[in-house]
Ligand binder design. Structure first.
Ligand SMILES: Nc1ncnc2c1ncn2[C@@H]1O[C@H](COP(=O)(O)OP(=O)(O)O)[C@@H](O)[C@H]1O
Ligand SMILES: [Mg+2]
Length: 324
């Protein structure tokens, strides 16, 4: 496969673990110089895809090229051009942030002086200069992820794989990591970012591939994806199950598509375009009609909404949670 403006090209990737098909004909193209989101629930195959593309795992079928190089035939050359940040941070707790980066620099044969200089630049770039000489054990979650990102950037890779860089972080730390990722791309690196959050893909990626059970089920811009799902939704939770049909009727008047009713959670929701008007309309009408409302609000579409729309089923994690 030749270099044709794509940083990643994968066709029909297969990976089996015993009976389990972790990847089952997975396709992906990532344009050079962009952030590409790989969006899917737990167990969808995101990490397996990243591990194959970063040559850590051998594929059972299909083919893939990264930076124009075949991952099966030229793994060493691929490895020289990529960076990888795993789902769990790989930094040493006892060392300081600066010592960690200098150690990674030496692992990559930079030599003492260049390793020190590169560590200084990266600490600056990831806004860690003030904490540089503190032990990593005292870092917040967001600071650790930023240090982890910095470590994967020691050699300014052409393609950087970020596997769920913000899973488990609080909203503020998540925002800090997002800023760091934006800074990376401004420097010309192509980023493949896996995530379970539609919002994260929306904030960072110019294109998103949705993965389900080892296959790509959609490839679109974040806006395209959101408009297929219906954008923002108004959501009402009622106190009495008997009120659901009335609420469905009220919501339908302002909705931009069929309202959906969840009889167990006593929840009615529907896509809306003019979100604030829709919300105030529904709230006023329900109050006038004397319907007892437990909760009412606007909700941005979630991964679960995307799945329901694209596959007709919810994410398996949510199904399990609902059954529990
Ligand atoms: N080393 C492994 N051995 C056995 N099964 C695995 C292994 N790695 C992944 N799997 C299975 O493959 C599927 C995809 O996993 P993974 O790629 O980790 O998904 P994700 O990163 O999207 O959560 C899951 O069902 C997982 O249990
Ligand atoms: Mg994973």
């Amino acid at each position: 496969m030749k270099d044709d403006g794509y940083a990643v090209r994968a066709e029909g990737l297969e990976k089996r673990y015993g009976e389990k098909r972790a990847l089952d004909g997975f396709d992906l193209t990532v344009r050079a110089g962009t952030v590409h989101g790989l969006l899917g629930p737990n167990g969808a195959g995101k990490t397996t895809a990243v591990r194959i593309l970063s040559t850590l795992v051998r594929l059972d079928g299909g083919r893939a090229a990264v930076a124009g190089l075949d991952v099966a035939r030229e793994p060493r050359e691929v490895r020289a051009r990529i960076g990888l940040t795993g789902q769990y941070a790989a930094v040493d707790e006892v060392l300081t942030g600066r010592q960690n980066l200098e150690m990674f620099g030496r692992l990559f044969h930079l030599g003492g002086r260049r390793a020190r200089a590169r560590a200084g630049e990266l600490l600056e770039q990831f806004d860690l200069t003030d904490a540089a000489d503190k032990g990593v054990g005292d870092y917040s979650g967001g600071m650790r992820r930023r240090l982890d990102l910095a470590a994967s950037m020691i050699l300014t890779p052409a393609v950087l794989f970020l596997d769920e860089p913000t899973t488990g972080l609080d909203p503020r730390s998540r925002g800090e990591v997002w800023d760091s990722v934006r800074a990376l791309v401004a420097g010309g690196t192509t980023v493949l970012l896996t995530t379970q959050y539609l919002e994260e893909a929306d904030r960072l990626a110019s294109r998103v591939t949705v993965i389900d059970r080892g296959r790509s089920i959609a490839d679109d811009s974040p806006d395209g994806l959101k408009s297929r799902v219906g954008g923002d939704r108004v959501e009402v939770v009622v106190a009495e199950r008997a009120d659901i049909p009335r609420v469905v009727k009220v919501v339908a008047r302002v909705a931009d598509g069929e309202p959906e009713a969840d009889e167990t959670e006593l929840r009615v929701h529907a896509p809306v375009t003019d979100r604030v008007t829709a919300l105030t309309d529904v709230a006023r009408t329900l109050q006038d009609e004397g319907v007892r409302v437990e909760d009412i609000g606007l909700r941005r579409p979630s991964l679960d909404d995307v799945f329901l729309r694209l596959t007709g089923h919810r994410t398996e994690t949510t199904e399990k949670e609902a059954a529990a």
